[in-house]
Design a protein around this ligand. Structure first.
Ligand SMILES: [Zn+2]
Length: 298
């Protein structure tokens, strides 16, 4: 079982905020919060999850030029190993920085959506994973990954059977995942297309509600449909997007729908890296550029 694999391989991440050279505390200690850093990687996605028990998951790795920002984030967070790298789909703006991460720290498991999208950069990533002896598995819907301390990652997608004849079938068949910690839910919508959202509404409606939403497809025009946002009902919406991008992301249409859904919007292009911390009841959002917001989960 995947969850058992992860349970058997605790990370070596030092506790957040521990001073350099501090002794490793092996005795039981109060649980640290669940933390998600939506790393500012330009036009692309990358989110580093640190569980209450110190397990680490990287969901996507930004474009190729994001490698240095990601490895700097790992150093800043004192992450010395990653339990799981989850690639939501095989586009360069999500996978480009992963090889550099894999070369920087040991990665125990790599999972990605099985939908094919051959490219040289993906082949290079597979070679790097092989060189570094990283276990590779397909990310299929229904899998749950126990992060310990009550935090669980559930893969709601990719859609099964795969979506065809969409604007981008690679995007449409992204891995959509939700992270739960007590009463707090975080939904990672990858680059979901409207068809993905419709599939999720039909197949997983009861599991879409979440206080925090990583907005689909960088705030693209067609994703984040009103029906989907209604089901998720996010308080916080995070858009991972580059300051200069040729796509017009985030689009006025998606921003207007998020506003109508009463979501507080954070954007990596304006806010820099966005950090969410939660003890399972209280949610704190801080940004690299000094914004701070605290809210109760319910
Ligand atoms: Zn993308």
């Amino acid at each position: 079982m995947l969850s058992c694999l992860l349970l058997a391989t605790l990370t070596c991440a030092a506790p957040a905020g521990a001073p350099p050279g501090a002794p490793t505390v092996l005795a039981a200690r109060p649980p640290t919060p669940l933390r998600i850093d939506f790393v500012s990687v330009g036009q692309g996605d990358a989110a580093l999850v640190t569980s209450p028990t110190g397990k680490t998951i990287l969901i996507d790795g930004g474009p190729r030029e994001a490698g240095p920002a990601l490895t700097a984030q790992l150093r800043a967070r004192r992450v010395s190993a990653i339990d799981l790298v989850l690639l939501t789909h095989r586009h360069e703006d999500h996978l480009g920085g992963i090889a550099q991460v894999v070369r920087a720290v040991p990665v125990r498991l790599f999972m990605d959506a099985p939908f094919p999208h051959p490219s040289q950069i993906y082949e290079e990533l597979l070679e790097t994973l092989q060189e570094r002896h990283v276990m590779v598995r397909a990310a299929t819907s229904g899998r749950t990954i126990d992060l310990g301390g009550g935090a669980v990652l559930t893969l709601l997608g990719p859609p099964d059977p795969p979506i065809a004849r969409s604007r981008s079938d690679v995007n449409a068949n992204s891995v959509v995942a939700r992270l739960d910690y007590h009463t707090v839910g975080i939904l990672f919508a990858a680059d979901a297309e409207p068809q993905t959202e419709r599939w999720l509404l039909a197949a997983e409606r009861a599991r879409l509600r979440a206080q925090i939403l990583k907005v689909a497809h960088h705030g693209g025009r067609y994703s984040s449909t009103a029906a989907f946002l209604g089901a998720v009902s996010p308080t916080i919406a995070v858009i991972s997007v580059g300051e200069v991008n040729g796509y017009g992301h985030p689009t006025p249409e998606a921003l207007a729908r998020l506003e109508r859904a009463h979501a507080h919007v954070y954007r990596t292009d304006r806010d820099g890296t966005i950090t969410v911390e939660t003890d399972g009841a209280r949610i704190e959002v801080t940004t690299a550029r000094g914004k701070r917001e605290i809210l109760a989960a319910r």
